[in-house]
Ligand binder design. Structure first.
Ligand SMILES: CCC(=O)SCCNC(=O)CCNC(=O)[C@H](O)C(C)(C)COP(=O)(O)OP(=O)(O)OC[C@H]1O[C@@H](n2cnc3c(N)ncnc32)[C@H](O)[C@@H]1OP(=O)(O)O
Length: 329
């Protein structure tokens, strides 16, 4: 955890306007107040995005250079559909290469993550692959072409930045693993909060067979998900993990009954909706306090929890619940 990331948690959770302040304002004062609030929120978001980056110029990371390079390896797409329910569906689409990540798909993933960071009505996210398979990692044609050290390190930092931002989205995320999640595809699944697998699917960290280790943050995240001993076995064995083993290891949350593309997406939606019911502001706040608890030292996590608490306390959902005098039987 960098200091930059810690401060990002403290600067981005701005308190919502309080109703009692509004009542005493003239129309002009109210307009000024709203403009200031909008400005602060926008600046907060920009700061959040900048500070959340793991790597910048100080790490000999040249984002513009790697973006130009990645642009040269075109093909496929990363599509985002934002549903009214607040669930987003992010689809990796490169069927010809089993949804391998081309350079332009890496760039598109970064753009989609920015879009999701700014989705104020968002609550959940499902990541899946087109054509009933998840993702076969990075496009080996691109890997070969950028096999020099500088490009490799820049690509690694680019993907770590993007996947770290993906992991920290204030949305509850699922990797819907159909077919195969190999190499970088397996790493991508670990950037989600949960993994659901379809019958016959497989997660496989094949890096060792490529003479590599994960570089998109997959090893660090895997250790946190399954523990260091299981992570060591999965990375050094490079064996495929089927749904049953994944469930046993805690790598997967459940095996879906459907293995077809539409049916499994429907099941994943239903599974996710049990956690995304309610107002977006509250669901996002829940994810933020859990992210802080996982990533920050205790005192910083507690302070973040206090800040996030301030964004929901006295908010519309809280006031409505108080008015309802809800009982939790
Ligand atoms: C970050 C580190 C990384 O991610 S390194 C990349 C790790 N991934 C790999 O090494 C995947 C290698 N590919 C495979 O093992 C197989 O193609 C898998 C995915 C199991 C699919 O097998 P199968 O169902 O028999 O289909 P196939 O081999 O005929 O594949 C269809 C076409 O897709 C291609 N493909 C697949 N994966 C990639 C990839 N990662 N990069 C580039 N191309 C890929 C295959 O080469 C094949 O293309 P073609 O029909 O031979 O032209």
């Amino acid at each position: 955890m960098t200091h930059g990331s810690v401060s990002a948690f403290h600067t981005c959770h701005l308190l919502p306007p309080r109703m009692d302040i509004f009542i005493s304002l003239s129309p002009t004062e109210m307009a000024v107040f709203l403009w200031k609030n909008l400005f602060q929120t926008t600046m907060g978001r920009i700061l959040q995005q900048r500070r959340a980056l793991l790597y910048n110029g100080a790490h000999e990371y040249d984002e513009e250079l790697i973006k130009k390079k990645l642009q040269q390896f075109a093909g496929g797409s990363v599509n985002l559909s934002k549903e009214h329910s607040g669930i987003g569906i992010l689809t990796l689409n490169n069927s010809r290469l089993m949804n391998a990540f081309t350079g332009t798909m890496m760039l598109e993933l970064q753009e989609r993550v920015t879009e999701l960071e700014n989705w104020k009505d968002g609550k959940g996210l499902i990541i899946c692959g087109a054509g009933n398979t998840f993702c076969s990692g990075s496009d080996l044609n691109a890997v070969k072409a950028i096999s020099n050290s500088q490009d490799g390190m820049n690509m690694c930092m680019f993907m770590q930045n993007t996947l770290t931002r993906l992991m920290r989205l204030p949305l509850i995320s699922i990797a819907l693993v159909q077919g195969k999640a190999l190499g970088g595809g397996a790493e991508l699944t670990t950037a989600c909060d949960f993994r659901l697998m379809t019958p016959g699917s497989e997660i496989r960290f094949v890096h060792k067979h490529m003479g590599l280790v994960p570089g998109w943050g997959g090893a660090a995240r895997l250790v946190r998900i399954v523990g260091s001993r299981a992570a060591l076995q999965l990375l050094s064995g490079a064996h495929g993990v089927d749904p049953e083993r994944a469930l046993h290891l805690g790598l997967s949350e459940g095996t879906l009954s459907s293995s077809d593309e539409t049916g499994s997406l429907e099941e994943a939606r239903a599974w996710l909706s049990q956690y995304t019911e309610g107002p977006a502001s509250v669901i996002q706040a829940v994810k933020k306090v859990v992210t802080a608890g996982r990533e920050l030292p205790l005192e910083a996590a507690l302070r973040t929890e206090k800040d996030v608490f301030g964004t929901v306390w006295g908010g519309p959902a809280n006031l409505e619940a108080l008015a309802r005098r809800q009982k939790h039987k």
